[in-house]
Design a protein around this ligand. Sequence first.
Ligand code: DAH
Length: 345
Amino acid sequence: MEEQIKQIQKKFTDEINEISDLKSLTDLKVKYLGKKGELTIFSKQMATVEPSLRPVIGAKLTETRNLIESSIIEKEKTLQEAKLQKKLESEKIDVTLPSNKTKVGSKHPLNRVIEEIEDLFVSMGYDVVDGPELETDEFCFERLNLPKGHPARDMQDSFYITSEYLLRTQTSAVQARAMLANKDKSPIRIICPGKTYRREDDATHSHQFNQVEGLVIDEDITLAHLKGTLEVFMRKLLGEKTNLRFRPSYFPFTEPSYEVDVSCFKCAGKGCNLCKQTGWIELLGAGMVHPNVLKMNGYNPEKYGGFAFGTGLDRLAMFKYGITDMRYLYRNDIRFLSQFDQMDV
Ligand code: DAH
């Protein structure tokens, strides 16, 4: 009988060595120690053992049972550790792997132009100022010497919200705000880039567009200051060879007023389809600030004078980058926008 117990122990040792998962280990436990397990059955046969041999056999049985139990506990521990290890390995994060590429947008051509203009004017001592896009009739027109019913209002077809509020049609609206806000009536040097709105929609116009306004108020300001400033402005943006042409024009807020043309940068003034064979492209409105505007906004026209100018940023961007339809600027088409990534101009 002792021999048989030894054999069970040996068989068990062989079998447990083969086991590599927890489920089989549980089965093995049942096989040996369960109610009908091999060792259990053996224990039940003790009654048939000769009494003098019982203590020895009994001790052997207990020893074997203990050995089987502890082997199973040991094995269970090993298997559980291995399982955990495997799980940890499969979940391992490799921090050295290259990351997923995030798509980074590109700077909008309009913002490129605005930033370039801001940099230039700030370097000349100007402040960058903005104003509300939902503007009052007072600031958009009246304080710029365009009283209600003035015929020059017809040039700017507007989106009125009420009879007093409208979407501003020009950044000139910021002029009066800046003059009024400057309480001590000291000199002013500002540019105001921003969105403007008119009831228009074709290849060269959009209901929303962008302008930049410039305003300088000081003593002894002359037309020469205006010309010099616009020359620096346009040459920086469109190339050093750019020439300017001032044509007399009319704006209610300036006197005298001018339309300012730049020499065509495509044909250098020779005449092409871009400049409609004239060699010139109309780009800005400008003039010397009207005394009425100074007076209305708290400046003494006897002491102060000034110049102002305004231009369309969309048109500037179109010329600068060769964009043929203004509406591309507002369509958010990634194929269009991403082209400017590669351009460092
Ligand atoms: N605000 C004018 C427009 O939108 C442009 C303009 C002309 C602005 C003359 C000025 C200026 O400041 O002096 O057509």
